[in-house]
Design a protein around this ligand. Sequence first.
Ligand code: AMP
Length: 357
Amino acid sequence: MMKTKTLGILGGGQLGRMSALAAARLGISCVIFTPEENSPASQVAQKTIVADYTDERALREFSETVDVISYEFENIPVETITFLQNLKPVYPDEKLLNVAQDRIVEKTYLNNSQIPTTRWAAIKTTEDIEKAFKDWNSSEAIIKTTRFGYDGKGQARISRDTDLETVWSQFKNQALIMEEIVDFDCEISVIIARDINGNSEIYGPMVNDHKNHILDRTTMPCPLDKSIQDKAKDAILKLADDLNLIGVMTLELFVTKEGEILANEIAPRTHNSGHWTIDACAVSQFENHVRTVCGLPAAPAGRHSDCEMINLIGDDAKDENIQHYLNKENTCLHLYGKQDIRDGRKMGHVTILKSHT
Ligand code: AMP
């Protein structure tokens, strides 16, 4: 008989919610730690502690109620993880979190691991921007804040003609990175679950289409050549082994028109592009998240159906649209329990199952 554990999850969003639901299936209960009242995760968890991530008294109380701790988004202060690690095991550990929180550390880590990225430069002054344009001989680029950016927030496209003073004032003294724009064929992602014994399982690669910088649709399987798919899988496997990952990690990549892969971002967690695994796999990314951080073996990541996942963003979650999905065949609807529809807010998703594999 498996020893029942209590899993603590930092963060109360939909990723935590879906991990808590997967945990429940395994008889594992979850305690959520979040600054948000009535969060999507707390609605399905055994207990929630509502407090700030820097509240040491609350963090200590949290650690006393759980056996093991994980997190569902990467913007938890590293100091919080360091504090908790002295009290209970935390997976993935702070090394991965440090890499994933800062785009410059991340790109440096990827390049040192021989994983190609687009050309990039750390930007401290407007002269650095001019220099990068000149060095790269390009006329357009993307400026991003090195930290706390997501879904296209904290980034701006610029050209040689852009008024750099305006760009500068937009980012108000934040650390910046400049990236060459990739004229990509498509965007893909791979998700790995790696257990305490070093065994890994990989979902994907899957193809991701974005609208307004937010994931709109994920398609599985990916129509790319096996050799390209293997490069993406090799890259995430190398990262996971080098970091001695315990838990789940995602790698987002661009595929160039020449069939090269360029890594864009590492997420130290489950990912929106892996939501389809709930309905199209025997064991989802969320169950593998729970399994691996709780000391259980990573389960095979194989799927039983081809599928497409569509995000329900903002008004997509209005009643009439939901009705449409409720009446559709082979359609698995997921709603995250968020009270108010807001522009750009991820409200839910649907997975449409296609042929059996
Ligand atoms: P990110 O926050 O880095 O994941 O960027 C969000 C989205 O912006 C990506 O999924 C791409 O669609 C687009 N994007 C980001 N960086 C680049 C780049 N260097 N070249 C082309 N498109 C990009």
